[in-house]
Design a protein around this ligand. Sequence first.
Ligand code: 6R9
Length: 629
Amino acid sequence: MDERVDSFQKVDDVFYPTAETLEHARIKDYDAAYKESIRDRLVFWENAARELEWFSPWTRVLEWNYPWAKWYVGATCNITHNCLDRHLTSGRKNKVALIWVGEDNTERFFTYGELYRQVSRCANALKALGIRKSDRVAIYLPKIPEQTIAMLACARVGAIHTVVYSGFSAPALASRLEDSQPRLIITADVGYDRGKVIPLKPVVDDAVANSPFIETVVVVRREKGGPALSGPKELDWEDWLKREAPSCPAEVMDAEDPLYFLYTSGTTGKPKGVQHVHGGYMVGTYLTTKIVFDLTDDDIYFCVADPGWVTGHSYIVYGPLLNGATILMAEGKPDYPNPGRWWQLIERYGVTIFYTTPTAIRLLMKYGEEWPKKYDLSSLRILGSVGEPINPEAWRWYHRVTGSKLPIMDTWWQTETGMILVTPLACTKQKPGSAARPFLGIEADVVDREGKSLPPNTGGFAVITSPWPAMMRTIYKDPERYKVYWNTIPGCYTAGDVCRKDDDGYFFFMGRADDVIKVAGNRIGTAEVESALVSHQAVAEAAVIGKPHKTAGESIKAFIILKQRFQESPELIQALKDHVKHELGKIAVPHEIEIVTGLPKTRSGKIMRRVLKAKELGQNPGDISTLEE
Ligand code: 6R9
């Protein structure tokens, strides 16, 4: 890890909440609320848990056996009871839970009552296949309601879902299946992307061919005359559900029973199966959604993420449903059929809370202010951003085009943290480019390699100094990799991000300290791209770095040493890109490939990506005493 940062962004402007925002805000005084929350963190998190329904109570709030945590010890619950059943008796039964809109403007509405019935049917269908507690189920679906329904149905019967983003290729899907060994995979015939039909079923066919543990493939068929199914292994979603009863009791789960694995990229080639549980994850996502977005029953909440990533898990599906919110879910891209798409949806549905990403904002900035200006955005109340640092220029644009008065929740968190950890609240002042301060009940800091707290305006490592309810519990089948997060800097959870705090204690996250790249907000490990490249017959060695990119945040650049009998040519470069696309999917394809004859290495033979990067960007490579030559 490397914490050196060459320049600090200078921000002079501070934005204060308007009277209207303050009036509405649940928390009016962050300092007081924060102080109170950490006076006794466990009491704070116990009170939060009491807002939800449990089948039986806990005996202790936290059992902390460093670095292993158990929250709400001994309690039983089921996250879907709080997402669904709880609302059926609270007056929300006929409230709209989910508005789905497709690229072609097809609409589907689900009330809480209807969502409960659909999830129950799916849960009963899972049971009919013999799926029970702790079985794994893979979900490889585009952003359609069945994706949400399938996730909730798994959780309802106690199965562990593992959602794989539908942009991943067959080998990438296969490696995730191999690790999690699901008995069932739920997919669709196709997804739609900018008007194009993206076949998904063939990808699954390919991946499943090498996954003997998969007993059943369920297919949501969206196209008329979709693919023929080969029974009995393959089932049509509609047929699978149609005879099932519309109610199904939620399985009684221990608070620490796994809810899902979600694979994410790290510093080595193999993706990590981050494991979250029913109890603590439920409390963390519930409370952050409620407080960060200042959510009430009258809101229309629109988060543009895909449930293939963690933002979709925590802040499209679980957090909002736990709060009984009305969720808008839209399939498709921000600039299709034109760059007014999201603004148009905000106007059409009266969206009040809009949660997006810096890369999308930068893309929309390119098309200009005339697009947001065409639409009535006056329903908006709270904005959000997630996935990478938001540069002040994009922050100001986002703020201006939405009326210059709305707070932007620049929420910092990770797949591993499960919930938002550092964020502004509606009542706090805002500084463009800053994620502000720790959420209530969260203790965060910026430290040096030894774990010593650093003075203001000094770059260091972002750490969390005490456990929180939605933290990951382990890496599936790899507890040693879990321990690394808590062992890198003594006594702290190390996120892998470089950061500084200013004089106000505001956190400015500045990117990753390790070999993780954020391309258009998608998390990609350099090692994964390197091993995909090296699996091509022409490649002897590969090193991959992230480079700053105007809209994507970072772009991927690969340096490659060819095997002797291969010659550089435009065709070969294209073939290498196609190969990565085939191995991992479009999101991981290098934007640039440079053929080199050598790579900077340490004496122990590790590639020094930092040196490559510094050279590429014309910067000082820093300490190169370990460099071999
Ligand atoms: C939720 C999510 C986690 C990494 C994280 C950091 C970056 C996310 C950020 C941010 C600055 C923010 N990141 N939000 N950096 N400001 N508001 O994105 O999870 O895909 O696991 O990525 O994303 O570098 O360490 P994940």
